[in-house]
Design a protein around this ligand. Structure first.
Ligand code: ARG
Length: 472
């Protein structure tokens, strides 16, 4: 679309706007540009046509328009859909928004029948319907992209069910865990995101059309028919609420913000793991970039950018909440501002999920580096305390005894697991030589063998559970 359309930017002169009759002078050019939304809301065009086709079918069935009018409208909208898909549709800024652009073209194509399409309808219920139709499809697409990412996480979990890495608290080595277990933690987070999106979908999927401008309409409309034709699960029960409600957009944005927060945490971990100080993973070169000055660099730009982009999605959620908080019932033009944040949220989430699925699919793990790091920091100290407790020592005393052993190891610059048996026995006589297995990394992860634990066998069971879920 050109910023400055070739057509007269004067709706009175062109007699083309949907509302010129009551005005003495045309809208100022600047105001036209300020208020127009066609530059972005044309993204709703196919949803707008779908909604109009259902509305027209209802008008025809109810005898509000003739069969001939309906046939003309269907033919015209079909042609317009083709023009939009081919990119030959001429969008006009002076026609303000996607709705008036399509309606004007329809009237040019089929005459009076086109002018009858808007019977019993307002742009207020029309735009709310379009947005819901569009967002519903996007939710389904995002739910699938989440599945794709989960499938990659599950593949990595299977490959690395027994790969030992350090688990952290406070970013200090805490206890050994398996990398597979770590990957499945994210699969769980993304599952909650998916649940939230699909739950929000139920409230997205309600039909505003029929509310007209705000109070309903005097025509004998059949809202249930329109709802059924468009695949809506219910009809919005209150016309004032129907045209002014944007809760569904906010709920979606909240779910998207949480999702991006999860991606951001994963991004942060990848950045850490890729840094030479950790050296745990390598990303495929196609997901990293070099530095223009430092020839040796390989930077984790994609994880960093995802971490950064979570900020804009969280910001859009805030923007939508503030957009709505001061609005009296019912529709207000403020609502036109709901679209750009929603569009950007959808685009950002889609691109990010896709990038992460492809990137993690190519992620290579340096299992030796992970194992080395897991062996640092006396990471199996808790295992030794549990061992002493099993031999009858109260846990608090065991904790104390192991703390002394750790001090001894630290004073000698060795790991707890490397202290000679005699030194351990001097601290706690109950210790025998089976303690070696207890202090080992594989012994440690293998011992956490219950649902939700990090043991390789548990990770494999979770992988199997995930495989079933992903297949279903
Ligand atoms: N472009 C408008 C929007 O996005 C459509 C509804 C306009 N209705 C109105 N009465 N101005 O919200």
């Amino acid at each position: 679309m050109s910023e400055h359309p070739a057509q007269p930017a004067n709706p009175l002169a062109s007699k083309s706007s949907g509302w010129s009759g009551r005005f003495d002078e045309p809208v100022a050019d600047f105001v036209l540009r300020y208020t127009a939304s066609v530059g972005f809301d044309r993204r709703l065009a196919l949803a707008d046509i779908e909604g109009s086709l259902a509305h027209a079918a209802m008008l025809g069935r109810a005898g509000i328009i003739t069969a001939q009018d309906l046939a003309d409208i269907e033919r015209g909208l079909g042609q317009i859909r083709g023009e939009i898909e081919r990119g030959s549709f001429e969008w006009r800024l002076d026609l303000e928004d996607v709705h008036l652009n399509i309606e004007k073209r329809l009237t040019d194509l089929v005459g009076d029948a086109g002018k009858r399409l808007h019977t019993g309808r307002s742009r207020n219920d029309q735009v709310a319907t379009d947005l819901r139709l569009w967002l519903r499809a996007e939710v389904d697409g995002i739910a699938q992209l989440i599945r794709n990412l989960q499938a990659v996480l599950v593949d990595q979990a299977e490959r690395h069910a027994a790969t030992v890495m350090p688990g952290f608290t406070h970013l200090q080595v805490a206890q050994p865990v398996t990398f597979g277990h770590h990957m499945l933690a994210y699969a769980e987070m993304f599952e909650r995101d998916r649940e939230r999106l699909l739950d929000a979908r139920r409230r997205i999927n309600r039909l505003p059309l029929g509310a007209a401008a705000l109070a309903g309409t005097t025509y004998p409309i059949d809202r249930a028919f329109v709802a059924e034709r468009l695949g809506f699960e219910a009809v919005a029960a209150n016309s004032l609420d129907a045209v002014s409600d944007r809760d569904f957009a906010i709920e979606f944005s909240a779910a998207a913000a949480l999702l991006m927060m999860h991606v951001s945490r994963l991004g942060e971990e990848l950045v850490l793991w890729m840094s030479p100080r950790f050296g745990f993973v390598r990303l495929p070169d196609r997901f990293t970039t070099g530095s223009s000055i430092m020839p040796q660099k390989k930077n984790p730009d994609v994880p960093e950018l995802a971490r950064g982009k979570s900020g804009r999605v969280i910001g859009h959620l805030m923007g939508l909440l503030v957009l709505m908080k001061g609005q009296p019932l019912a529709y207000n033009k403020d609502n036109q501002e709901d679209k750009e944040p929603l569009f950007d949220t959808v685009d950002t989430v889609r691109d990010t999920l896709r990038a992460f699925a492809e990137m993690l699919d190519g992620l290579e793990v340096d299992t030796a580096a992970m194992r080395r790091a897991a062996a640092e920091g006396h990471s199996t100290a808790t295992d030794l305390a549990d061992y002493l407790t099993r031999r009858g020592m109260p846990f608090r005393d065991a904790h104390e005894a192991v703390a002394r052993a750790v001090r001894l190891a630290a004073s000698r610059n060795v790991e707890l697991a490397d202290l000679p048996l005699a030194d351990l026995q001097a601290i706690a006589p109950a210790i025998t030589d089976d303690v070696r297995r207890v202090l080992s990394l594989d012994g440690s992860v293998g011992a956490r063998d219950h649902p939700g634990g990090t043991a390789p066998g548990q990770v494999r069971r979770q992988v199997a559970r995930w495989r079933q879920r992903l297949a279903g």
